[in-house]
Design a binder for this molecule. Structure first.
Ligand code: G
Ligand code: G
Ligand code: MN
Ligand code: NA
Length: 253
């Protein structure tokens, strides 16, 4: 059981680290971006998954401070890429509490300003469930975030019970096809039908796509045949520390 205090100590002692999972254009095997994923390097327990501590951070409110650290860290990383002459996006996961925070837009505007990163290279990942509830408030917040020049993604798309009728009202740019639809391709014909339908719908709505959890050549072939080209998953790479990214880039040539 992770307690609040341990999380506070971890923040103070800088036990968190961001790892970055490459997003690849499978047509040319080039990196187009990264998703930032937080890791907790606990001094005694080793690496703790965000699945275990993000919900605790969320329910205790620590997520506000932790999420702020993630935003700074990921934007600084994106700026380092820019300084190397690399045009890549960095996708950052937001929690529900962060998204609803009335301070978020001001905070992001400050971070963009201070880090001097190009806002268009920063993608914010939101889940459908975060956008439900007060729809009008959510749409208002999305418009304010868009006005900063950021791109917005819907993460885990297809799993969140949001109504498709809202999709056209959300000013979002990217759908991330959830790993659960991808993992049993090409065995599960229903998953293939759903994935193909999500891709076709995204094209019509002029939304970009990222397929998540891509682990096999067959999955890539299916996605490519259906015109989804940007993929993220263990087939290319797990999330890596910034130090380990260099080695991965070399393997792509
Ligand atoms: O990388 P993976 O192991 O284990 O991530 C697990 C879950 O934790 C994912 O659902 C992911 O969205 C979430 N997560 C990872 N990093 C962050 C983060 O920085 N902020 C928030 N809110 N969630 C994150
Ligand atoms: O934010 P989101 O819930 O989409 O988090 C992505 C999660 O999926 C992270 O935990 C990440 O480590 C994990 N992940 C990324 N690629 C793969 C993959 O190819 N297979 C599996 N099983 N998990 C993956
Ligand atoms: Mn994500
Ligand atoms: Na996801």
């Amino acid at each position: 059981m992770i307690i609040e205090n341990e999380l506070r100590v971890a923040l103070k002692d800088k036990q968190f680290e961001l790892h970055y999972q490459p997003q690849i254009d499978c047509r040319n095997s080039e990196i187009v971006g990264y998703e930032a994923l937080i890791r907790w390097l606990h001094p005694k327990k080793g690496m703790i998954s965000p699945v275990k501590f993000i919900p605790v951070a969320e329910s205790t409110g620590i997520i506000v401070e932790l999420g702020e650290w993630v935003l700074w860290e990921a934007c600084r990383f994106a700026k380092r890429l820019e300084d190397q002459g690399v045009v890549n996006n960095v996708a950052i996961n937001l929690s529900a509490r962060q998204f609803k925070d009335t301070n978020l837009v001001l905070l992001l505007s400050k971070i963009l300003d201070k880090t001097k990163v190009s806002p268009k290279n920063i993608h914010l990942e939101l889940t459908e469930s975060m956008l439900m509830g007060d729809i009008e408030a959510a749409i208002g917040q999305l418009h304010e975030l868009k006005a900063l020049g950021l791109a917005l993604s819907i993460d885990d798309f297809g799993t969140g019970f949001s109504s498709l009728s809202y999709l056209k009202r959300f000013p979002v740019d990217i759908l991330k096809i959830d790993r659960s639809f991808v993992k049993d391709i090409p065995q599960d014909t229903s998953d293939m039908a759903i994935t193909a339908a999500i891709i076709a719908m995204a094209k019509k709505l002029k939304l970009d796509l990222v397929a998540e959890g891509v682990e096999t050549k067959e999955q890539i072939k299916f996605l490519e045949d259906n015109n989804c080209y940007i993929v993220q998953g263990y087939y290319f790479s797990p999330p890596l520390s910034e130090a380990n990214l260099e080695g991965f880039r070399k393997t792509l040539g």
